[in-house]
Ligand binder design. Structure first.
Ligand SMILES: Cc1cc2nc3c(=O)[nH]c(=O)nc-3n(C[C@H](O)[C@H](O)[C@H](O)COP(=O)(O)OP(=O)(O)OC[C@H]3O[C@@H](n4cnc5c(N)ncnc54)[C@H](O)[C@@H]3O)c2cc1C
Ligand SMILES: *[C@@H]1O[C@H](CO)[C@@H](O)[C@H](O)[C@H]1NC(C)=O
Length: 386
C-alpha cells in the first residue's frame, strides 16, 4: 500500500534533519527516508575519531536551535552528534530507517511525486516485498555531497597485498604505528588523516597532485568577516598573502603552488579551502612525505608518476565521493536543479528550488550554513504553497 505524505525528505544527514526541523516548526507533516539505520551516519559511523567542526559553531547550527554557548567554538565530532541527537528529539523527528530510495518521479495527472524505497533490512530473498511506495506533493532531496565513497580505478589496485580503505572507514592511526602508510588525496580528510597517522607513529606519505591553498581556521573567519567591508578579490588577495606568510612556500616540499585563490578554486572547481590543523608543520619537518600522483600498484609496491616507487603496508583513499542522485531522480533535463554530478547547477538562482515541488537541501557546496539556509527557504516556500 502506498504511504501518503505532504512532504518526503530523502536523506537523514544534517541537511535532511535541518529540513525536518524547519518543516516541523511550521507544523508541516513529512516522512523522512534514510537508508542507514541511524541519523547522520557520516558523522556517527564514517568519520575519523579526531574530526572537529572546521568552522565556528554558530555557522554549523541547524534551524531554530543554537549550539549551546558553553560548548567549544569548534566542537569535536562527538559533541556535534550530541547536538544532532538533541535536535532530532526536540523536533520529534522520526526518520524511517533502512529505506534506500531507488526512484522518484513526478506524475502530472495527480500532481504528486511517487517515490520507491527499498527496505534494506529485509533479506534479499524477498525481492518485490522489500520495495515500498510513497507519494507526496513535495520532494526534498538531502542525500548529501558525501553520498557514496569513491575510489578511483588505479592500475593494479587489486594486486595490493596490504590493507586498503576509503577515508570513511578510517578511525585512527593506532593499528598503523611503525607501518608504512600512503594517503591518496589531499583534501581536508586526506590531510588530517595523514596528520593522525604521523601522530600515531606511522611512516606517512601523502599524494598531492594539484595545487593546495592552505588556510587556518582564523584566516577563514577573517575572510568571511572582511567580506562585509571589502570586495571579494581583495579578501582573496589578503587571504593568500596571510597564507603565504603563515605557511611559507610549500612548493619546496612537493606541493604545487596555487595560481588561483582558495575562494576562486571553491567557486570554479568546488574544492573546499584546506583548513590546516598541523599537517603543514609535519610536511615541513619531513615527518610526512609528499608524493606525486600514483601511476600503478604492483603488489605492495606503489609506482608514482615521476618513476619513483615505494612499498606500503596500507593505503587510505581519501579520494572523495560520488552522488548517484540522477540515477534515481527521474526528471526531464530542463526540470532538474541538479547537474549530472548531483550538485546544484550554478544557474539555479536560489540553490534549492526546482520544478513541481522538487527541492534540495545541502547540495550547493556551502557546508552546514548553506544547508540551514536551504532548509529554511524550502520550509517557508512549502508553507506558502499549502
Ligand atoms: C569529514 C568531513 C568533515 C566535514 N566538516 C565540515 C565542517 O566542519 N563544516 C561544514 O560546514 N561542513 C563540513 N563538511 C561538509 C558537510 O557539511 C557534511 O558533509 C555534512 O554531513 C553534510 O550533510 P548532509 O546531510 O548534506 O549529507 P550527509 O551527512 O552525507 O547525509 C546524507 C544522508 O542521505 C542518506 N542517503 C543518501 N542516498 C540515499 C538514498 N538514495 N535513500 C535514502 N537515504 C540516502 C545517506 O545515508 C546520508 O545519511 C564535512 C564533510 C566531511 C566528509
Ligand atoms: C535496520 O536493519 C538492520 C538489519 O539489516 C536491523 O538490525 C536494524 O534493527 C534495522 N533498524 C531499524 C531502525 O529498523
Amino acid at each position: 500500500m502506498k504511504k501518503e505524505a505532504e512532504v518526503i525528505v530523502v536523506g537523514g544527514g544534517p541537511s535532511g534533519i535541518a529540513a525536518a526541523g524547519a518543516l516541523s516548526s511550521l507544523s508541516i507533516p513529512f516522512i523522512l527516508l534514510e537508508r542507514a539505520d541511524c541519523f547522520a551516519p557520516l558523522w556517527q559511523r564514517h568519520a575519523y575519531d579526531r574530526l572537529h567542526i572546521h568552522l565556528p559553531k554558530h555557522t554549523c547550527q541547524l534551524p531554530h536551535m543554537p549550539i549551546p554557548d558553553d560548548w567549544p567554538k569548534y566542537p569535536p565530532k562527538s559533541l556535534f552528534v550530541q547536538y544532532l541527537q538533541r535536535y532530532v528529539s526536540h523536533f520529534r523527528i522520526n526518520p524511517v530507517y533502512n529505506r534506500s530510495v531507488e526512484s522518484a518521479h513526478y506524475d502530472d495527472a495527480s500532481g504528486r511525486w511517487h517515490v520507491a524505497a527499498r527496505d534494506v533490512s529485509a533479506g534479499c530473498g524477498s525481492e518485490g516485498a522489500a520495495v515500498e511506495e510513497y507519494s507526496a506533493r513535495f520532494l526534498v532531496v538531502a542525500t548529501g555531497e558525501s553520498c557514496n565513497a569513491f575510489v578511483p580505478e588505479v592500475e593494479g589496485r587489486g594486486s595490493f597485498g596490504g590493507k586498503a580503505m576509503h577515508s570513511t572507514e578510517y578511525k585512527n592511526g593506532k593499528e598503523f604505528a611503525k607501518k608504512k602508510v600512503l594517503v591518496v588525496g589531499s583534501g581536508n580528510s586526506g590531510m588530517e588523516i595523514a596528520l593522525d597517522l604521523a601522530d600515531h607513529g606511522a611512516i606517512t606519505s601523502i599524494v598531492v597532485r594539484s595545487p593546495v591553498n592552505f588556510v587556518t581556521r582564523e584566516m577563514l573567519n577573517w575572510a568571511v568577516a572582511l567580506l562585509k567591508y571589502l570586495r571579494f578579490p581583495w579578501v582573496e588577495r589578503l587571504t593568500m598573502m596571510a597564507s603565504r606568510l603563515w605557511f611559507g612556500d610549500m612548493s619546496k616540499f612537493g606541493i604545487p603552488k596555487p595560481e588561483e585563490g582558495p575562494f576562486t578554486m571553491k567557486m570554479k572547481y568546488g574544492k573546499y579551502p584546506l583548513v590546516d590543523v598541523g599537517t603543514c608543520k609535519k610536511i615541513r619537518s619531513g615527518e610526512i612525505q609528499v608524493l606525486p600522483a600514483v601511476k600503478c600498484i604492483k603488489g605492495n609496491e606503489v609506482v608514482f608518476e615521476d618513476g619513483r616507487s615505494h612499498s606500503f603496508d596500507a593505503i587510505v583513499f581519501a579520494t572523495g565521493f560520488k552522488r548517484p542522485t540522477k540515477q534515481w531522480l527521474k526528471v526531464k533535463e530542463e526540470d532538474c536543479l541538479l547537474n549530472d554530478d548531483g550538485i546544484v547547477k550554478p544557474s539555479c538562482p536560489n540553490k534549492w528550488k526546482g520544478k513541481n515541488g522538487l527541492y534540495c537541501v545541502g547540495l550547493s557546496r556551502r557546508g552546514f550554513l548553506g544547508a540551514t539556509l536551504d532548509a529554511q527557504g524550502v520550509a517557508n516556500d512549502i508553507k506558502g504553497l499549502l
